[in-house]
Ligand binder design. Sequence first.
Ligand code: ARG
Length: 457
Amino acid sequence: MNKKKTIVGTISPEVLSFTVGRDPFLDRALLEADCLGTAAHVTMLSKLPLRPRLFSADERRRVVAELIRIMRVGRRGAFDIGEADQDVHLAVERVLTARLGDLGKRVHTARSRNDQVATDLRLFAKMRLFDIMDEALALIDALTDLAVKHARTPMVGRTHLQPAMPSSVGLWAASHAESLLDDLTLIRAAYDVNDRNPLGSAAGYGVPLPLDRDATTASLGFREPIRNVLYAASARGKCESAILSALAQAMLSLSRLAEDMTLFTMPEFGYFSLPRACSTGSSIMPQKNNPDIYELVRAKAGRVLGCATAASAIVKGLPCGYNRDLQEIKEVFMDGLETARACLNILAFTTPKLKVHPEALARGFTPEVFATDRVLDRVRKGESFRTAYDHVKATLGDTAEMDPAASVQTRPCLIDPGFDAMSERARTVSQFVIGERRRFHAALTKLLGVPYPKLAS
Ligand code: ARG
C-alpha cells in the first residue's frame, strides 16, 4: 500500500487526505493563535520547578523569537501548511524543529493537539469578536444618527405590511438599532463563554506534571482556565456553537433591516434611496439600480443560520472528550464569523449614505392611517373606546386628511424611542471592547516581548 510519512505516523494518502480535509487551508487563519499558544506554553514550562528545567530561560527566548518570526511570515501570507503536516500545529512544530533542532522537538511536551486547537480557536474567535462588536456598534451608531435626525419625519407604520398608524423614520431606524443592542448582549455572553483557557488540558485528561494553567491563562489574556480538563476538551464545538448562535441572532436583525430596505427603496415606495455607487446595475437594462447589498445580507443571514445549525448538529450526540468530528466545525465557524462581520461592515458603511425622501414617505399617509387617531379623539371627549371604534369603522370614508407631522408630535414614543438608554447601552459595550482588547494586547505584548499586534521589533 502506498503510504505517506507524517510527524505522527505513516498513513495511506487516501486516508490522510480525507482526514486532513481542508485543515491545511483553514488553519492558515489559526497560525497566529497557534504561535501565541505555543509561546505561552513554553514560557510556562520554562518556569516549572523541575530539575533539570524543561526549557531554560534562553531556550524559551529562542523559541519565542522563532514563533514571532513565523507569525511575521504568516502575515506576509508566506507560511505553508502541507497535507503531510496535517494541520497548523504540526506545521509549526516542523518549522521550529528545522530551525531550532532538538529544541523544536520539545515544544509539544505536556500538550496535545486537542488542547492546542481548542486554544487556537478561542484566541481566533476573541480577535474576530472584537471586530464584530466594533462593526455592530458602528451600525448601531449609523442607525441611531439616522433616527435622531429623522425623529419627526413621518412614516406610515405598518402591521402585516399594511398601513396601520402614523409613525416616524426615527422609530423605524431606532428599532433596528435596539435589536442589534440586544444581539450585542448575546454576543457579549458568547464572548464570556469563549474567554476561558483550555490549554494544559492536553488530550482531555491532563498530564502527570504540575502544569501552571493560571500562568498560560494570564499570558494569553484569558479570564480564567477551564479547570475541568475533560470539559476543556468537550467544550470545543459547544463554544463555537454558542458564538454562532449569537451571530445568527444578529443576522436575524440584519435580515429584517435588509428586507425593509429592499422594499422601501422600491420606486413604488421610494422612502429611501442609496447613492448609485452603493447599488449595482444590469448588463441588459440600462436603468437598473439594484439594492444587491440588502439581498445578499438577507441571503447571508440564512448562511450564518446554516453555520450555527451545522455546528450544533455536529456537537449533538458526541460523547465526552475529543472526537475528530469537532474538526468539521472549524470551517462553518470561520465562515459564520467572517460572514457576520462582512454584513455588519457593509451596512455600517452604507447606512450613513442613505437618502431619506420625506415627500414619498408623506404620500403613504392615506386618510385611513388616522382612523385610530380619530377613535382616540372621541375617547378624549368622553366616548367609550368600543363605541368610538364602531363609529369610526362605520364612517371610514369620512376620515379627513390629517397632518402626519402633527400626528407624530402627539406621540411621545415616536419623538424619543429611548435614545438615552440606547446610547448608554452602546457606550457600555464600546467601553467593554476597548478595555478587553487593551487587556488582551497587553498580555500578548508581555508574553512576546514585542508590541502586539504590531509585532514590530
Ligand atoms: N486538526 C485537528 C482538529 O481540528 C487537530 C486535532 C487532532 N487531534 C487528534 N487527536 N487527531 O481537531
